[in-house]
Write a protein that binds this ligand. Structure first.
Ligand code: FAD
Length: 485
């Protein structure tokens, strides 16, 4: 196989293309949007650059979760800024504030100051996270196991784990309080997702000065310098099949791009749509993918600030109503907001979970022409977010210079993610074998990649890219290249 086509220039697609190009394949990445990056995109309003999705990442120091992969992908020398080690995330519940500190011991000790009666449980929790982090690369490194540690944690409930581990309900809320970076579903969230993501941030936490698009641009530039192609404004409308294998992809403008192997970094249901006419795609597989549910969406308020009026805080702040139950299904009540600051701009983002059902009535209307009720709905949501954070940031309202919003409808438009879901397919600890996907489809030379398969976020997508590319060039080769073993 020497000619690979990658559908989608999100992180997963670009990383797969990078690996294949590095290993001598001729690679073409086809992105439907006018910009690469998917959830890593940034946009400019005046002089201010805003992030759309990605805001921070964990585990970038040597010996930590993401380090070996970002070293391999040549991403370590981007302008990363470490967040405050004694409080990289602050959880505000009602009028109480709690600090998440970096380092497992310091993390446990800091919270134990507020919950002294739980100091042993906190230590056990921190030790548990550490051990989860130590097993992060089992799936690549252990020659005899296919990640049995991960498999067992994918089959356990995160919520039950917290109930069993901590007695104090407030502490359970605090421990869950930074987890807008996943869907806190009491009924479904696997312990693996909760633990692996939280662990990486407790190791170390980083913002990227200049935004997530720097990651996408670096990968694309390296792909091009290795002879690959990254094309925008190229929506793929079909994967075409010949003799039981993919022959290539059809673009919206009618062009055909031939391929020995196709990697789809798109929502798997979008991949099924692209393979609608592929007879070799087994019906049972198609039905399984189509039956999977998605995680919730997000509403983001990007705020440009008047210069110098809001002091930069080198931490994220997660504000929750005093009576918010973070593990209840999201029902449209605005109970939680994440506040993220920009290191090099007078700007701030507020993010709050939002279900598709809240915006579904405008789904068929084109952007910019969704009517006054949609504008009113967005304004009301902005107001709810501002009210939630106003005790913690009392000077924010007066400092606002411009407000821009995005809803699940926006994410659906820019990334084609089904129903604007923020973290893709919902993993369910009751049925990990069905909800955690492998890259293989039932067409031998069509693979999936990206956040929908395994773990979402930059750590999860980077791991999955390696797993996908390993199907083509072999795990041993990649193991040598990434881990020198
Ligand atoms: C609001 C938000 C906040 C987040 N915050 C963080 C964070 O702070 N830290 C973190 O680690 N992670 C965060 N994430 C998650 C992280 O950004 C994602 O997990 C990751 O970027 C997903 O990458 P991907 O390649 O799987 O998918 P995507 O980024 O969705 O990329 C898919 C690409 O495929 C393209 N595409 C789709 N269909 C077609 C087609 N038919 N033809 C051609 N191209 C197509 C899309 O346009 C898109 O560019 C956040 C996500 C969101 C949405």
């Amino acid at each position: 196989m020497n000619n690979a086509v990658v559908i989608g220039a999100g992180l997963g697609g670009l990383q797969c293309a990078y690996i294949l190009a590095k290993n001598g394949l001729s690679v073409t990445v086809l992105e439907q949007d006018s910009h690469i990056g998917g959830c890593l995109q940034t946009f400019r309003r005046g002089n201010t650059l805003f992030d759309t999705g990605f805001h921070y990442v964990g585990g970038l120091r040597e010996g930590e979760s993401l380090y070996p992969l970002f070293r391999y992908f040549n991403l370590l020398d981007l302008p990363w800024q470490a967040l405050d080690e004694d409080c990289f995330d602050e959880v505000v519940i009602g009028d109480k504030r709690f600090a998440f500190a970096n380092g497992h011991e310091r993390f446990a000790a800091t919270l134990a100051e507020a919950f002294p009666e739980e100091h042993l449980s906190l230590k056990r929790y921190a030790d548990f996270l550490k051990s989860v982090g130590e097993h992060v690369y089992d799936v690549f490194l252990s020659r005899n196991s296919t990640g049995s540690f991960a498999t067992s944690l994918f089959a356990q409930s995160a919520y039950d784990y917290l109930i069993d581990t901590f007695h104090n309900p407030l502490l359970r809320q605090v421990i869950s309080g930074t987890s807008l970076k996943m869907e806190l579903s009491r009924d479904t969230l696997p312990l693996y997702v909760f633990a692996q993501i939280n662990n990486s941030f407790i190791q170390s936490a980083w913002r990227l000065k200049g935004g997530g698009s720097l990651i996408a641009e670096r990968l694309a530039s390296d792909i091009r310098s290795m002879g690959g192609e990254v094309r925008t404004d190229c929506p793929v409308v079909a994967i075409e099949e010949k003799s039981g294998c993919a022959a290539g992809v059809r673009l919206k403008d009618g062009d055909f791009v031939s391929a020995d192997v196709v990697i789809a970094d798109v929502h798997p249901q979008e991949a099924m749509r692209l393979m609608a006419n592929c007879a070799s795609l087994r019906k049972v597989y198609r039905q399984r993918i189509q039956s999977l549910e998605d995680t919730i969406g997000m509403f983001t308020v990007n705020i440009r600030l008047k210069p110098g009026m809001v002091p930069y805080e080198n931490r994220n702040i997660f504000v929750h109503k005093h009576d918010a139950d973070l593990w209840l299904p999201n029902d449209g009540r605005r109970g939680s907001v994440m506040v993220s600051f920009y290191p090099n701009f007078d700007a701030i983002d507020l993010l709050t979970p939002m279900c598709w059902s809240e915006v579904a009535r405008w789904a068929d209307k084109p952007a910019g022409r969704r009517g006054e009720d949609y504008v009113a709905f967005k304004n009301e949501t902005v107001e709810q977010c501002l009210q939630l954070v106003e005790n913690r940031l009392p000077y924010l309202r007066d400092a606002i210079d411009g407000v821009y919003t995005s809803s699940p409808l926006t994410y659906r438009r820019y990334t084609r993610t089904h129903e604007g879901s923020v973290y893709g397919i919902r993993k369910d600890w009751h049925s990990p074998m069905t909800t955690v996907l492998t890259p293989k489809t039932t067409i031998p030379n069509v693979m999936l990649t990206g956040q929908n398969l395994n773990l979402h976020g930059l750590l999860g997508v980077s791991m999955t890219s390696v797993i996908t590319a390993a199907e083509i060039i072999g795990l041993d080769t990649l193991r040598r290249q990434i881990f020198n073993c």
